[in-house]
Write a protein that binds this ligand. Structure first.
Ligand code: FES
Length: 239
């Protein structure tokens, strides 16, 4: 549903990374879903849901172009035109299983809300979060409050040096939830974890399944990331 949401805060929390909180109309928001947000650019921009508390939705986004620079310039009290929540989200019915959450960079945000809801259901989780460097890291304490959290940095300035696949190889879990850049998703989709779900980030047009701007190859055809996903079983898509 389209709505005009009030911005409650919008602040820098790591290198080129902003945290924005908006107030939406009361509604259920599943973890792994996204909002399609109007910026100064022609097309809306999909922003994944990093958290929801009462009617307050948190987005974490990287400032990488004119659309996100426009978002970063918005102030408390401004109104944001959003469409959502959209997409399917991560399956939370994992009772009795151990879930490993693997996030890379700006793919980390949806895993925070997902982990909170898994924890509320008493499901044990371990998080592996990969960043480029120490100053890119965000939400480390928030993740640690919810359980074991392993941080990696590509340059070794914090946590384990290297990629998330290093610690993932030694983790014992039944289910994997992951979101991040495509090379990372490709690697985790081939991991030893039996059930693997990946959230794909793609350029989008309409956000509601009508324009084909977001299609992704799949065995036997294609899928629309916005309406069939963004969360897929690893074997449902061809990366
Ligand atoms: Fe239009 Fe997905 S963005 S079909």
């Amino acid at each position: 549903m389209r709505q005009l949401a009030t911005i409650l805060s919008n602040r820098l929390i790591a290198t080129a990374t902003m945290e924005m909180k908006i107030e939406i109309a009361p509604q259920a928001v599943a973890p792994g879903t996204f909002f399609h947000v109007k910026t100064s650019e022609l097309l809306r921009r999909p922003l994944s849901v990093a958290n929801v508390e009462d009617n307050v939705v948190t987005f974490l986004y990287k400032v990488i172009g004119s659309g996100t620079a426009d978002l970063a310039a918005r102030r408390t009290g401004d109104v944001l035109d959003v469409l959502g929540p959209l997409g399917n989200g991560f399956p939370l019915e994992q009772t009795g299983k151990r879930v490993v959450l693997v996030g890379g960079g700006i793919g980390v945000p949806p895993l925070y809300y997902t982990r909170r809801l898994l924890a509320a259901r008493g499901i044990e989780t371990v998080a592996i979060l990969g960043f480029d460097t120490k100053t890119s890291i965000f939400y480390e304490d928030a993740f640690r409050e919810l359980g074991e959290t392993i941080i990696t940095t590509v340059d070794g300035t914090y946590g384990e040096m290297g990629f998330v696949t290093g610690p993932l190889a030694r983790v014992d879990a039944d289910v994997l939830f992951s979101c991040g850049p495509e090379p990372m998703l490709k690697a985790v989709a081939a991991s030893h974890i039996e059930e693997r779900y990946i959230s794909i980030e793609n350029r989008m047009g309409c956000g509601i399944g009508a324009c084909f701007a977001c299609v992704c190859e799949a065995p036997g055809g294609y899928v629309k990331v916005c309406s069939d996903g963004p969360v897929f079983r690893a074997e449902e898509v061809t990366l």
